[in-house]
Design a protein around this ligand. Structure first.
Ligand SMILES: Nc1ncnc2c1ncn2[C@@H]1O[C@H](COP(=O)(O)OP(=O)(O)O)[C@@H](O)[C@H]1O
Ligand SMILES: Nc1ccn([C@H]2C[C@H](O)[C@@H](COP(=O)(O)OP(=O)(O)O)O2)c(=O)n1
Ligand SMILES: [Mg+2]
Length: 212
């Protein structure tokens, strides 16, 4: 009797330990999410999944039933319904089979959070939220620069940016506040230079990796 019970407990403990670990990366458009995720991936064992990149890829996939809808939402700075975004994230997590992921630009509103919790909360372990805190002025300049340097994005223009910032203040900030209430937010001032930001990133990620 005892042996199957012990085996059962061991199996349960192993499956809990093997759940993929997730770090959400949030911040305004242009706050440096993609750039900083790239730096983290170069220094720590993480896979970077950008919700925006996955949506743009889906938008450009021939025959995608969601392509036109995604295009419209992105241009208007609106958040695509979670069934689409979370579906793309889930597929990428499962396909990769890795154990640590940076999920960049998600969850961006209550619909994103609810959809994630419904589908993912049992099978992954959200460790914390990296919040890149940056002023609207700095972010706008960076996005306009990114557009001028040929990002090819339809939303790196002043008109779309105004809408994206509205969405960020009204819909994403409450999500960051929600995680703050749970003591899960690591805030980094991303108005600064990249070397300064990376120093703070090291202070967060080195202890995290050694403890997990
Ligand atoms: N700390 C920084 N200082 C100066 N430029 C930056 C900094 N972080 C990012 N950038 C630049 O700003 C633009 C937006 O950065 P990105 O990482 O794409 O932000 P996000 O993913 O949050 O929109 C890019 O052109 C990037 O090279
Ligand atoms: N969770 C998400 C993430 C992005 N999107 C859409 C709407 C966003 O304005 C665009 C672009 O997002 P992306 O994260 O690539 O943009 P930034 O890196 O913040 O500049 O994609 C979404 O609908 N839902
Ligand atoms: Mg980005």
């Amino acid at each position: 009797m005892l042996i199957p019970l012990v085996q059962g407990i061991r199996k349960f403990a192993m499956s809990a330990a093997q759940k993929p670990q997730i770090v959400f990366v949030l911040g305004a458009p242009g706050s440096g999410k993609g750039t900083i995720c790239k730096n983290i991936v170069e220094n720590y064992k993480f896979i970077h999944l950008s919700a925006g990149d996955l949506l743009r890829e889906e938008q450009n996939t021939e025959g995608s039933e969601h392509g036109d809808m995604i295009k419209e939402y992105i241009k208007l700075g609106k958040i695509v319904p979670v069934e689409i975004t979370c579906g793309l994230l889930k597929k990428a997590i499962e396909k990769s089979g890795a154990s640590r992921f940076l999920v960049d630009g998600f969850p961006r509103n209550q619909n994103n959070l609810d959809g994630w919790e419904k589908v993912m909360s049992q099978c992954v372990d959200v460790k914390f939220v990296l919040f890149l805190d940056c002023s609207e002025e700095v972010c706008t300049e960076r996005c306009l620069n990114r557009g001028a340097q040929g990002s090819g994005r339809t939303d790196d223009n002043l008109d779309s940016l105004k809408k994206r910032f509205n969405t960020y203040s009204n819909e994403t900030m409450p999500i960051i506040k929600y995680y703050e209430g749970k003591g899960m937010v690591e805030r980094v001032d991303s108005n600064r230079t990249l070397p300064e930001i990376f120093e703070d990133i090291k202070k967060i990620f080195t202890p995290f990796i050694s403890q997990s």
